[in-house]
Design a protein. Structure first.
Length: 403
């Protein structure tokens, strides 16, 4: 049966070549589009982690829901126990504290509302590999009176490295406090809105401004992004007993979850379109080939072959075509993905960002297997209807096709 099916495929090369082309194009399209979308997910996630949120953040219970307007009400006064608990985990690379507050930034001419972060400079410099410096340098522990400002804020206030500014804030007790700082660097992140209001200063200076020794969050940087959920699950029960909670970078970045949902929906529609394209192309090709060979099938049935044998023969031919097309499409898709990824694809800045990026095509096992299955299964399914129609043609009527 399989030998005869292979011979029949080689006899009808032109039509089978068209069928193969449709399968290959469909499989390649799925691999490239799926790899492109997964690369967007990966790059966006890494950018958010290494410019703002870290992998995990620990805070007092309720801070992430209600603390953005009054962070001073959710201070962790003694974080040593938390640091000891988290630094002992093998998956954790580094732990750093942050103190958040809002206030006014004055450059001697105008005031603008800002959101400030007190940070540990050395640890944040290691974490913030996706934060681009547009001018100046990173903060260091020696910068007792240094600040970094977002690119949008620097443009609005006409600030540059070396300029002095004044931070004016209300302490947790309601008193007015202010300190002068020198701009040492201007940074740019993925979020244009964040850059338009963000100021970063050393944690001791922020604590002096706020008249506190506490922090709002403990940020965890992990060795591998894949360990995020594992570590969060492991810490959650212990933190709950301490009146604390832990959030993953996905939970902290609502924009990421919405982006993933949007692209998943788009990729799902694309997958359906390609599946329909392969189904219709293969069904049309198989249908035409089968009915051109009605006389051949009539002769086979006249010589003793049953209609079931004819059905199995047509199905066997398309199993071989589908398998060959899926294998060729997978191989070509992988080669094209590797070739494109060597140079990359220059992409414009996404919404709410000023930073362009270079896209690649990731080789994702689930996408590759899915593309292979779609190409193969679509071919076999498309052959079922034409094969069932041919087997129902009476022998006498089929033989007339030879006249």
């Amino acid at each position: 049966m399989w030998t005869l099916a292979l011979r029949n495929i080689l006899r009808h090369r032109a039509r089978n070549a068209m069928t193969l082309l449709a399968i290959v194009v469909g499989v390649v399209g799925l691999i490239l589009s799926g790899g492109f979308v997964h690369d967007i997910f990966k790059q966006l996630g890494e950018t958010l982690i290494h410019s703002q949120s870290g992998h995990l953040q620990i805070s007092r219970s309720g801070y992430f829901e209600r603390g953005s307007r009054s962070p001073e009400k959710f201070l962790i006064e003694n974080d040593q126990e938390l640091r000891k608990l988290t630094t002992g985990l093998l998956e954790v690379d580094q732990v750093m504290g942050r103190l958040y507050f809002s206030g006014l930034l004055n450059n001697g001419r105008t005031d603008l509302p800002i959101i400030a972060e007190g940070i540990e400079p050395d640890a944040e410099a290691r974490l913030g590999t996706s934060m681009r410096l547009t001018a100046g340098r990173q903060l260091t522990v020696q910068d007792e009176q240094g600040v970094m400002v977002g690119a949008g804020l620097a443009r609005a206030m006409k600030l540059k490295p070396g300029d002095w500014t004044t931070l004016v804030i209300n302490t947790r007790d309601g008193a007015l406090n202010s300190l002068e700082f020198e701009v040492v660097g201007i940074f740019q992140t993925f979020s244009k809105d964040y850059d338009a209001r963000a100021v970063r200063l050393p944690l001791p200076a922020a604590q002096e401004l706020m008249a506190t020794t506490g922090i709002n969050t403990l940020v965890l940087a992990l060795k591998r992004i894949e360990d995020t959920d594992v570590v969060a699950t492991q810490l959650a029960p212990q933190l709950l007993s301490m009146g604390m909670e832990v959030k993953t970078w996905v939970q902290l970045n609502d924009f990421y979850a919405k982006t993933v949902d949007m692209y998943d929906a788009q990729f799902g529609v694309l997958r359906i379109i390609i599946l329909l394209m392969v189904l219709l192309s293969v069904a049309n090709s198989v249908n035409m080939t089968a009915f051109e060979r009605v006389g051949e099938f009539g002769t086979m049935m006249a010589l003793g072959d049953t209609d079931r044998t004819i059905f199995k023969l047509i199905l066997a031919e398309n199993v071989l075509i589908g398998l060959t097309g899926a294998i060729l499409g997978t191989a070509i898709g992988i080669l094209l993905a590797l070739a494109i990824s060597t140079t990359g694809i220059s992409m414009p800045p996404p919404p709410n960002s000023d930073l362009g990026y270079t896209a690649h095509i990731l080789l994702v096992p689930s996408v590759i297997i899915g593309a292979f299955v779609v190409g193969f299964v679509a071919t076999v399914v498309a052959a079922l209807l034409p094969a069932s129609r041919v087997r129902k043609i009476p022998v006498v009527e089929a033989l007339r096709q030879n006249v």
